[in-house]
Ligand binder design. Sequence first.
Ligand code: 8YV
Length: 314
Amino acid sequence: MPDPDILVLNPMPVIATAADSGLALHRFWEDREGVLGAHGARIRGVASSIGIDAALMDRLPKLEIIANFGVGYDRVDVAAAAARGIVVTNTPDVLTEEVADLTLGLLLSTLRRLPQAERYLREGKWTQRPFPLSSSLRGRKVGIVGLGRIGKAIARRLQASLVEVAYHGRQRQMDVALAYYPTVQALAEAMDVLILAAPGGAETNRMVDAGVLAALGPDGVLINIGRGSLVDEAALAAALADGTILAAGLDVFENEPNVPAVLIERDNAVLLPHLGSASVQTRNAMGQLVLDNLVSWFKGDGPITPVPETPFPR
Ligand code: 8YV
């Protein structure tokens, strides 16, 4: 049997770890039409961190499995995959603690203005006067939106930081002792920090709007490590400009890697280029899990981490 043909849509660490995997990897991004023309009819697996739409699935008639590099798979058309009997896998667990670490770093950077302070020192301003006092994590009430694996890892860290923690999610989790709020609006009214750790998609689209930001209030802080689509960015930029909220820390944006100028010009926003999982170690672990899912599937052992929307029987 020839090695199964896999279309790798964009560069990712899978490529580096694939030697001796028994898969024939084809680099789509180097020559899209050329690769499709030469191999499209035989492609049985896809690896992607940029999603895949129905139109590309239709050009891969033998496609069996889409291995998504990332825990979030909002850019994979899972309904189209399900309709075609294609299994979709993602990369949960291996990035959970890394993303939660980054979230705490971003929260503290935003509250204590660490990037601004660092710039201040480099600009030689410390010799003239001390950096202005910042806001604090002390005494904060932190609401987590999306209490999945990553949300829970963030909650554990916050509890160790001795602050009050509550959450909102699709439903209350009976085995979780944190206070639950049935809407984002109610959570924002009760808390003064919101951390967004929910997935993207239609259900969560722009769930943080002008009303939620007003409820968070003038001492309020918004942290987003989930997806840019969760936030109405124009409303957020306005809320940061007019003091509706105090500050924001954002690792994700609606139209990455393009960040609106109205956010870039805000001094009370800390903006990161989607770094949540972006360490060498964690990205390699994600690449390995993409590969392991493909290898397991083509050995006939089933997918390791399938997403719930696709039809593989579990
Ligand atoms: C991305 C992420 O996958 O896991 C996710 O959902 O957002 C990240 O880890 C990463 O940016 C892929 O390029």
